[in-house]
Design a protein around this ligand. Structure first.
Ligand code: NAD
Length: 360
C-alpha cells in the first residue's frame, strides 16, 4: 500500500504511473443541523468532530412540521427518537435541499422511508451503540423493582430504617422470557443466564449462539405461560405494535414482571393499567412510553402534566419509569457520535452508505 493510500488520499494506477484523484467538493464542509440536541450530545459530537470538521449547528427543538424552516441551507439533519419525520416533514426537507437524514439512534420507526425514497433523501442510522448499555438498564429496572432500592434510598434519607414492604424475590432459577434477540436481546440473555435464570425467547430469527448457551426458543404463547419476567427487545413494527395487551397478558403468570426498554407502542398502555389494577401484572419497568414525544427528555417539574395515562402509571408503587435513558452511557455516546459523523463523511464522499436504511 502506498503512503498516499495510508493517509486516505484516493489513488489509481495506470501504466505504472500513480494518479491522485481529488474531488474538490470534498473541501466544502458538510452543514449539519442537529435536532433535539442536549448538552451531552453537543459535548460528544464536538469532541469527535475534530476528526471530521463538519459544520454542526445544534438545535434543542424537535424536528417537526413547525421547525423545518430551520433546515434551510443544511445538507444533513441529525435526528433522534422523538423527531417525527413524516411525509410532510420530508417534503419540506427536500424543498430546503436537505439530502441526508442521519439518525443518531438504531430504531427508524419515526421516519417515513417511502417518502425519503420518493424525495431521494438518504437515511442512515447507528445500528448498534453499546447494546450492553440498554441490556444493563433493563437489568437495573428488574433489580430496582424487585429489591425496591428506590424506596430504600428515600426511606434512609428520612431516617426510616424499617424493612417492612421491601421484600423481593431471588432471580436464580426464575424464568425470563425475552422477546426479540437481536444485539440488545443477546446481551440481555447473557446477563440473565449469568444470574442463574432460565432464559426462554421468541424471535422471528432465532440466534444459534443463544441456543448453544441454553436459551430455549418457544412460541409466544408458551413464553407468556412460563415466564416470571418478560423483557421486550424487538423493534416497533406492525407485527409488534401493542404486543403486550389485555389478551397477551391474560396468558401470562399472575404477578408477572414486564420490562420495556424498546419502544413505547409495544405496550397497550390502557390494557396494562387495567391489569396492574387487577394485580395480574406484578411489576412494570418502562424506559419508553407510547406518548413520550411530548414529555420525555425535558424538565417538567414546574408544569402540570396533562397526560392522565402517564400520571396513572406513575401513581402505582410497582411501576418504575425512566425517561428513555437506557442508552445513556459514555460508551454509547462515543459510539453514536463516531458513527453518525462517519455516516455523514461517507455521504459527503459519495461512498456506499453501510448504515443506510431504505424502504422495501
Ligand atoms: P436488532 O435489530 O439487533 O434486534 C431486533 C430483534 O428483533 C431481531 O433479532 C429481530 O429478528 C427481532 N424481531 C423483529 N421482528 C420481530 C417480531 N415480530 N417478533 C419478535 N422479534 C422480532 O435491534 P437491537 O439493537 O437489539 O434493538 C432493539 C430495539 O431496542 C430497537 O428496535 C429500539 O427500538 C430499542 N432501543 C432502545 C434504546 C433505549 O435507549 N431505550 C436504545 C437502543 C435501541
Amino acid at each position: 500500500m502506498s503512503m498516499l493510500q495510508i493517509i486516505n488520499i484516493p489513488v489509481f494506477k495506470l501504466k505504472g504511473y500513480t494518479f491522485i484523484t481529488i474531488n474538490f467538493n470534498l473541501k466544502e464542509k458538510m452543514k449539519v443541523a442537529v435536532f433535539s440536541s442536549k448538552p451531552y450530545d453537543q459535548k460528544f459530537f464536538e469532541r469527535y468532530n475534530q476528526n471530521y470538521d463538519h459544520e454542526l449547528a445544534f438545535f434543542d427543538t424537535n424536528l417537526n412540521v413547525q421547525t423545518t424552516n430551520l433546515t434551510r441551507d443544511f445538507d444533513t439533519v441529525c435526528v433522534f427518537v422523538n423527531d417525527k419525520l413524516d411525509q410532510k416533514v420530508i417534503k419540506k426537507l427536500s424543498e430546503n435541499k436537505v439530502k441526508h437524514i442521519a439518525l443518531r439512534c438504531a430504531g427508524f420507526n419515526n421516519v417515513d422511508l417511502e417518502a425519503a425514497k420518493e424525495y431521494n433523501i438518504k437515511v442512515t442510522r447507528v445500528p448498534a451503540y453499546s447494546p450492553q448499555a440498554v441490556a444493563e438498564h433493563a437489568l437495573s429496572l428488574i433489580l430496582t423493582l424487585n429489591r425496591k432500592t428506590h424506596k430504600a434510598y428515600n426511606r434512609i434519607k428520612e431516617g426510616n430504617f424499617s424493612l417492612n414492604g421491601l421484600m423481593g424475590f431471588g432471580l436464580k432459577d426464575k424464568t425470563v422470557g425475552v422477546i426479540g434477540t437481536g444485539k440488545i436481546g443477546i446481551a440481555f440473555c447473557k446477563i440473565m443466564l449469568g444470574l442463574g435464570c432460565k432464559v426462554i425467547a421468541y424471535d422471528v430469527q432465532p440466534q444459534e449462539e443463544l441456543i448453544k448457551l441454553g436459551v430455549d426458543y418457544l412460541p409466544l404463547d408458551e413464553l407468556y405461560k412460563n415466564a416470571d419476567i418478560i423483557s421486550l427487545h424487538c423493534p416497533l413494527v406492525p407485527a409488534t405494535k401493542h404486543i403486550i395487551n389485555d389478551e397477551s397478558v391474560s396468558k401470562m403468570k399472575d404477578h408477572v414482571m414486564i420490562i420495556n426498554t424498546s419502544r413505547g407502542a409495544l405496550i397497550h398502555t390502557e390494557d396494562v393499567i387495567k391489569n396492574l389494577k387487577e394485580k395480574k401484572i406484578g411489576y412494570l419497568g418502562i424506559d419508553v412510553y407510547e406518548q413520550e414525544e411530548e414529555i420525555f427528555f425535558e424538565d417538567r417539574s414546574e408544569q402540570i402534566i396533562e397526560d392522565d395515562t402517564l400520571i396513572r402509571l406513575i401513581s402505582f408503587p410497582n411501576v418504575l419509569i425512566t425517561s428513555h435513558q437506557a442508552f445513556l452511557t459514555q460508551e454509547a455516546l462515543t459510539e453514536i457520535a463516531q458513527t453518525v459523523l462517519q455516516n455523514i463523511e461517507d455521504f459527503k464522499q459519495g461512498k456506499q452508505l453501510k448504515n443506510q436504511v431504505e424502504a422495501g
